[in-house]
Write a protein that binds this ligand. Structure first.
Ligand code: IMP
Ligand code: MG
Length: 185
């Protein structure tokens, strides 16, 4: 089936609406602000999926923080990650002795973040934690639990609010499930 001209028409169901996300992101921001009060925090955005979440979350945090950005790609195909991570853009700031909070869009198998946190721990940060907007615990293939989670969601492929399908839909303001006929081409 041909794709619709408007990306909203490709969505079957809105799983998390704009207001729901906004409310939860401000709760997370308050919690993180309390936990890192008086600490030397670096917020690390994992490009590209976390960019929308990151930009809202950082403005809901009111303790002092620096921002940095990393781009990683994992070997494997689009539907299955191998968990072997290649850093295609590293952070600019040294994290040694600093408190680091990784901001990610979604934890699925967990393999990507498992590998990334192992790499970053070798740089000896004072602490290293992970915040994910979405968590699909049913899909986990390794022993990793995000320190902060926006929403636990069922095992469905979602797009929007930063999450993509073949590079598109990141700019949807909500998280939705695609129509199967669009997803399957
Ligand atoms: P993991 O290594 O399996 O945890 O892979 C996590 C990555 O897979 C995320 O950063 C996303 O890029 C991608 N991913 C997993 N589930 C979805 C989804 O439902 N929609 C879009 N991307 C997803
Ligand atoms: Mg991603």
């Amino acid at each position: 089936m041909a794709k619709a001209t408007n990306m909203h028409d490709d969505i079957m169901e809105v799983l998390l609406g704009e207001e729901t996300i906004k409310k939860r992101v401000s709760e997370l921001g308050r919690q993180i602000s309390r936990d890192y009060d008086g600490k030397d925090l670096i917020l690390v955005c994992i490009l590209k999926g976390a960019v929308v979440f990151f930009s809202d979350l950082c403005r809901a945090i009111d303790c002092y923080a620096e921002m940095d950005f990393m781009s990683i790609s994992s070997y494997g195909n689009s539907s299955k990650t191998s968990g072997i991570v290649r850093i295609s853009k590293d952070m600019d700031i040294s994290i040694t002795g600093r408190h680091v909070l990784i901001v990610e869009d979604i934890m699925d198998s967990g393999l990507t973040l498992n590998h990334l946190t192992t790499l970053l721990k070798a740089r000896e940060p004072a602490s290293l934690k992970v915040v994910c907007l979405l968590d699909k615990p049913e899909r986990r293939e390794c022993d990793i639990v995000p320190d902060y989670v926006g929403f636990v969601i069922p095992n469905r492929f979602v797009v929007g609010y930063g999450l993509d399908c073949e590079g598109r839909y990141r700019n949807l303001p909500y998280v939705g499930v695609m129509k199967p006929e669009v997803y399957n081409g």
